[in-house]
Design a binder for this molecule. Structure first.
Ligand code: NAP
Ligand code: HSE
Length: 428
């Protein structure tokens, strides 16, 4: 081993793992100039070495034993791209305790146990970095921690899931069926191993929890995030949205308000001329509002092999610089506040409601009184289509408390004139 050589281990050789392997090779010739050292992958942990033998130039790098990695003192950096809670948690914890720095793309783990792992990394004087865990190739963790550190950040809002953004874009622009769009997103390597995490909003929920913790200096975990996915969005909703000059996006939102932190993920109708409305396909974007900087937006590929590998390798390069100068261990999440997280019932929004009602005189008045009795003010009513003998009604409300809309919905569901409420979507 030369004094400028730094050995790393890669855990997992799936979509992101392969990307990391490729970037490592293409960057090899410039590492000395960029890092004052040269990175070498010494071991790659896989479950089945035979299955992956054709994926790498030298199959002897492949191992099925984590022990070989953890007990190898030459390996200074461990890159975890397996995903999920276990065995990833145990592997990362053991690597840190063995004095190795860790780079991970694992939002599940960071959103739930990031605080504990960062404290452990500090204690063991090693780095723990996770830029790729949020919004794929977009640099957002480092800007929140460093470039925007002198701001009081009041809001982080964005499209942070590539799979769902790809699905909604295909449904909106090409009229593609939901299932077909999901299959395409999976084939392109955007979806999680279990795409339920994408389509139900859990993946975006984990990412907004990570960003909110850093932005507001107060611990926000995935359990604090209200999540609603895109599985109930229909072609009809998309069509209404278009007619009204809106698009439907899965939005992740975190606000630090006087009454606590609001943190949620749900579909939202946003004006077609809003910058987030034009973020299509697997692209993501994150809007941050800080008191000094005002608004900044980060935009780029939110998922996929090479964009995600770009973020992972950016972290690996930073750690390599620290390793070369023996300056690891400065990773902290700077959580020094304890701000309560508001329940979704106490947040406010405007709503789009699509319902089927009896088509006879007095129905509109009866529905209006249900809203009125529950402190929900109506902004717009659209009656356009008929479904058999019933009328389809779309109601847009003014900004109201979530608990008021929930109360109104309970009464609407039991009303004899309402045949069904098909959609309830928040409006920007
Ligand atoms: P993936 O394609 O499913 O790859 C995961 C790999 O880990 C698979 O090759 C799997 O092996 C391997 N693996 C599973 N359990 C293992 C174990 N016990 N020991 C060794 N290897 C094991 O997933 P991915 O898309 O690359 O995602 C990896 C991580 O990056 C996840 O945390 C994900 O959330 C995150 N991420 C992904 C993207 C993206 O666009 N894909 C973007 C940002 C972040 P087998 O081949 O044997 O199944
Ligand atoms: N499944 C995730 C997505 C990968 O679709 O955004 C990137 O984190």
């Amino acid at each position: 081993m030369g004094k400028d050589d730094i050995y790393v281990a890669l855990l997992g050789l799936g979509t992101v793992g392969m990307g990391v392997y490729k970037v490592m090779k293409t960057q090899e010739s410039q590492m000395q100039q960029k890092l004052n050292s040269v990175l070498h992958i010494k071991k790659i942990l896989v479950r089945d070495a035979k299955k992956h033998a054709g994926d790498v130039d030298d199959p002897s790098m492949l191992t099925e034993s984590y022990k070989e990695i953890i007990e190898d003192p030459e390996i200074r950096i461990v890159i975890e791209v397996i995903g999920g809670m276990e065995p990833a948690y145990t592997y990362i914890r053991d690597a840190i305790c063995a004095g190795k720095s860790v780079v991970t793309a694992n939002k599940d783990l960071i959103a739930e146990r990031g605080g504990e792992l960062m404290a452990l990394a500090e204690e063991h004087h090693v780095d723990l970095r996770f830029e790729a865990s949020v919004a794929g190739g977009i640099p957002i963790i480092s800007p929140l921690k460093n470039s925007l550190a002198a701001n009081e950040i009041s809001q982080v809002m964005g499209i942070v899931n590539g799979t769902t953004n790809y699905i909604l874009t295909k449904m909106t622009e090409e009229g593609m069926d939901y299932e077909e769009a999901l299959q395409e997103a999976t084939a392109l390597g955007y979806a999680e191993a279990d795409p339920t995490a994408d389509v139900e909003g859990y993946d975006a929920g984990r990412k907004i929890a990570i960003m909110a913790t850093i932005a507001f200096h107060s611990r926000v975990t995935f359990q604090d995030v209200y999540t609603e996915g895109i599985t109930k969005i229909t072609a009809k909703d998309i069509e209404y949205a278009k007619t009204l000059g809106w698009v439907i996006k899965l939005i992740a939102l975190a606000r630090n308000t006087d009454t606590g932190i609001e943190v949620r993920v749900h579909p939202m109708l946003i004006p077609a001329d809003h910058p987030l409305a034009t973020v299509g396909g697997s692209y993501n974007a994150v809007y941050v509002h800080g008191d000094a900087v005002e608004d900044v937006m980060f935009y780029g590929r939110g998922a996929g092999e090479m964009p995600t590998a770009s973020a992972v390798m950016g972290d690996v390069f930073s750690v390599a610089r620290h390793t070369a100068y023996d300056s690891q261990g400065s990773t902290r999440d700077n959580v020094y506040r304890n701000i309560p997280v508001k329940s979704i019932e106490n947040t406010k929004s405007s709503y789009f409601l699509r319902m089927e009602v009896e088509d006879k005189p007095g129905v509109l008045a009866s529905i209006a009184s249900i809203f009125g009795n529950n402190s929900v003010s109506i902004k717009q009513v659209i009656q356009r289509d008929k479904i058999e003998n019933n009328a389809e009604l779309v109601i847009i409300t003014s900004e109201v408390k979530e608990r008021h809309i929930r109360d109104a919905l309970l009464v609407l569901h039991s009303s004899s004139v309402v045949k069904g409420v098909s959609s309830v979507i928040r409006v920007y």
